[in-house]
Design a protein around this ligand. Structure first.
Ligand SMILES: Nc1ncnc2c1ncn2[C@@H]1O[C@H](COP(=O)(O)OP(=O)(O)OP(=O)(O)O)[C@@H](O)[C@H]1O
Ligand SMILES: [Mg+2]
Length: 466
């Protein structure tokens, strides 16, 4: 969390900065200083009347202060004014649950996740299910007080709704923990990312190759590296490639999966997963979306996540656990939501920023993507120049589009039509770089919540000197 003093300092220079005011409010809320939090959010609203985030947080404060019905009223208004603002639906789901209306809560929860899959909140989902949201359990319907039925009639009594929900949430069997014996991808398939590759080599490849030497210095192979950065820039790809590079097995785990599917058994499952990796060393254990573990500490009512976090930290602890030969990689877009306990030595003790590819890296990625495809007259350098701020995923979208065009022409002509440089340039015009938005918020965290200089890499990338 941002520290209050530096936020205030920043606000002294830019008093009308709404994102800063929101961060200050959040920081106060974090320490349960409701009055000050509210003052900050109200200040944000004076500058930006109607700001949904500020209104949402005020509703949250009202609820925390025990003014439940006022909180509900406020959040309903936010939902009404900004129907596609996922966090408002999510908060409303929590309120409904507190009012003992689990079905309504489910409806709102689903809406939030449909709008923004990353809004998932495993704690809340768990509590919704415990309150009567499981398959075959008719209790929920009885538990619902009728007094609000006018507002949620559609959600409650739509017979299809029940089925949809069950399919989405109650299928415990389809958890896929992917354990790849061998992965085809290695570092050569990953364009750029030289410093990330070197970090990973240093952490696992060299220690494995020079075991005695490293042991002489008291170092073991293995440990934890946390990759963070904007979406689509290769965190998942480099993790898989690491396994390929060191010919280790690769086990990929989505934490949302553990949390959603093994409600109540998450700790046990997590332990099993670590055990499986230890038995299979050398192995790369990859946790996608580690921020899913971040307990929403503003939600005082929920503490369920804590035991899982502790379990995770214990498994990760290189001192206590036998993680020799197990490299734990974590990936996140939002490292600031992670408990700082994760970043202590012996855990994820290396925080690696995965930036958008620079021009030479883009050129390399473009070349890699063109490989094995019918591309004629590729000028990867010229294309790389035109796609500033594009992520690897954005570049993939450019190729997909161009290839689709060529393919439909090929279908019409009945023969292979190559993708040309022109096709790629045209496709590039249609694809918007997706990394800028991430930096808008990352910048504020790096400037104002940069304890121990964790996010200096972001500042460096943005050319900001502190
Ligand atoms: N450096 C790269 N070299 C080659 N391809 C890349 C690179 N970076 C990204 N890509 C392409 O973009 C796709 C998306 O990358 P990836 O899933 O690894 O991103 P991510 O950082 O994990 O994103 P998210 O944060 O959304 O999970 C990859 O499957 C690959 O096709
Ligand atoms: Mg990923």
């Amino acid at each position: 969390m941002a520290d209050i003093a530096s936020l205030k300092q920043a606000l002294a220079f830019s008093p009308d900065n709404v994102p800063l005011l929101l961060m200050l409010g959040d920081a106060y809320l974090e320490q349960f200083s409701f009055e000050e939090a509210r003052t900050s959010f109200e200040a944000a609203l004076r500058i930006d009347p109607g700001n949904p985030q500020a209104r949402l947080q005020i509703a949250r404060i009202l609820d925390l202060e025990g003014r439940g019905s006022e909180a509900i009223l406020r959040i309903e208004q936010v939902c009404g004014d900004f129907p596609s603002f996922a966090p408002a639906w999510m908060l409303r789901a929590g309120f409904s649950l507190n009012e003992n209306r689990p079905r309504e809560a489910r409806d709102f929860y689903e809406r939030a996740v449909a709008l923004d899959p990353s809004a998932k909140n495993e704690d809340l989902l768990k509590r919704i299910r415990q309150a009567g949201g499981t398959r075959g359990g008719g209790e929920g319907r009885e538990a619902v007080p009728q007094r609000n039925s006018d507002r949620q009639a559609g959600a409650f009594f739509d017979p299809d709704f029940e089925d949809d929900f069950d399919e989405d949430f109650d299928d415990d069997d389809d958890l896929e923990i992917e354990f790849e014996q061998r992965t085809e991808v290695d570092f050569a398939r990953v364009g750029g990312m030289e410093s990330v590759k070197e970090d990973i080599r240093m952490k696992i490849l060299y220690p494995m190759e020079n075991r005695e030497l490293f042991e002489a210095y008291g170092k073991k192979a293995g440990g934890g590296v946390l990759l963070y950065g904007p979406p689509g820039c290769g965190k998942t790809l480099i993790s898989r490639a690491t396994a390929g590079e060191i010919r280790a097995k690769f086990l990929s785990v989505g934490l949302h999966q553990i949390l959603d599917m093994w409600i109540g058994k998450s700790e046990e499952k997590l332990h099993e997963i670590f055990e499986m990796a230890r038995r299979n060393a050398p192995a790369v254990l990859f946790f996608d979306e580690v921020d899913a573990l971040a307990a929403d500490r503003k939600d005082m009512r929920s503490s369920a996540g804590r035991t899982l976090i502790n379990q995770f930290l214990a498994e990760l602890d290189s001192e206590a656990s036998q993680n020799d030969g197990v490299l734990v990689l974590g990936a996140t877009n939002a490292p600031w939501h992670l408990d700082s306990a994760f970043l202590r030595p012996g855990r994820f003790d290396r925080l690696v920023f995965v930036p958008p590819p620079d021009e030479p890296a883009r050129e390399e990625i473009i070349r890699l993507m063109a490989e094995g495809k019918p591309v004629a007259g590729l000028d990867s350098a010229a294309l790389a120049k035109k796609v500033k701020d594009f992520s690897g995923a954005d570049l993939k979208a450019v190729f997909d589009q161009a290839i689709e065009g060529a393919l439909s022409e090929a279908m019409r002509n009945g023969k292979i039509v190559p993708v040309t440089q022109k096709d790629l340039l045209r496709a590039a015009k249609n694809v918007k770089p997706s990394t800028r938005k991430w930096f808008e918020s990352a910048r504020n965290y790096a400037l104002y919540a940069n304890q121990s200089g964790f996010y200096d890499d972001i500042l460096h990338y943005l050319g900001i000197q502190k």
